[in-house]
Design a protein around this ligand. Sequence first.
Ligand code: FAD
Length: 344
Amino acid sequence: MTPVRHTQVVVVGAGQAGLAAGYHLRRAGLDFAILDANAAPGGAWQHYWDGLRIFSPPAHSSLPGRPMPQQSGTEYPDAAHVVNYLSGYEKRYDLPVHRPVRVHGVDRSDERLTVRTDSGTWHSQALVMATGSWGRPFVPAVPGRAGFTGRQLHTHGYRGTSGFAGQRVVVVGGGNSGAQIAADLHAVATVRWVTRRPPRLLPDAIDGRALFEIATRRVQDDGPRISDLGDIVATAPVRAARDAGLTARPMFDRLTPAGPAWADGTVWPADTVIWCTGFRPDLAPVGLRRPGGHIPLEGGTRSIEDPRIHLLGYGDWTGPASATLIGVGRTARTAVTGITDLLH
Ligand code: FAD
């Protein structure tokens, strides 16, 4: 017999977004459970590569209530430091995280929500989806991809420079992970970085805090959009690679068995192609309709189709800068205020 449990609110995901929701649910005095598919704390951060550095100092990378400590010897901590911070955060606020528990589906047909997991069923009155996007890597359909005889991986599978020394590596993608992985490999491998349009580095002074402030001003319709300024945070390793000559080429047209090929007949033999082509929100279990794009929301995070459900941390469409450590706390507070209003 699988157990059936009851709580007021189920949060799906114990990454930074789920923990920020937990902090505000605790303060609101609600009964809740956080269900997380990972076996260990840290959300997506536990899967990032060794050389990754966060894009703002700890003082501007903190969840509500508990400042991130400094990491000794560096202004920009690594992913392991963030994992330690998130792990300590769970303990500090005694958040009821259940793991590993994977949510397979949510039945919304009843007065109460039924959350089906691989270790039993939960009934709740409200639900916060905080599943991130790490679980849904996206690779575009490129002609010839299946026939390439070298190795292909996605950001999702990249663990660091080990094994790449002397290789010819094609890094595809003009966003943050493309720039950061191209920069990471630039010192050890022959890197060809390809992007659909010329990569746009944000000005060097724009870090996580500045992004948060720009996104905040945008809510008041005041000031530029982040996308008006650029796509890539110029972290110290990205700046160093740029200064050492890392540049991008236009996207290739197809993959041959040997490597990428361009319309002018150029073929570049490659050992590895790394697809830094993004992720999609991991929202399948909740089964909400998305007519031609994102799931329609109101009040920042609340589903219009089912107001018992909030989506947290998926990008600016679920709250300004809500997919960042510094930004998600404010949106989590908004979501929990909405849930409190619903339940009282
Ligand atoms: P996640 O961290 O992905 O956590 C989601 C959790 O939900 C996971 O533990 C997962 O196991 C769980 N889950 C998923 N599906 C289910 C399910 N069906 N059932 C149960 N559990 C489930 N942000 C910054 O603020 N600063 C940075 O410097 C920065 N650098 C970044 C660099 C890279 C390369 C990337 C990819 C992102 C970076 N980000 C940065 C963004 C940030 O890391 C992510 O946006 C963040 O991890 C998202 O947090 P989250 O809690 O929404 O999701």
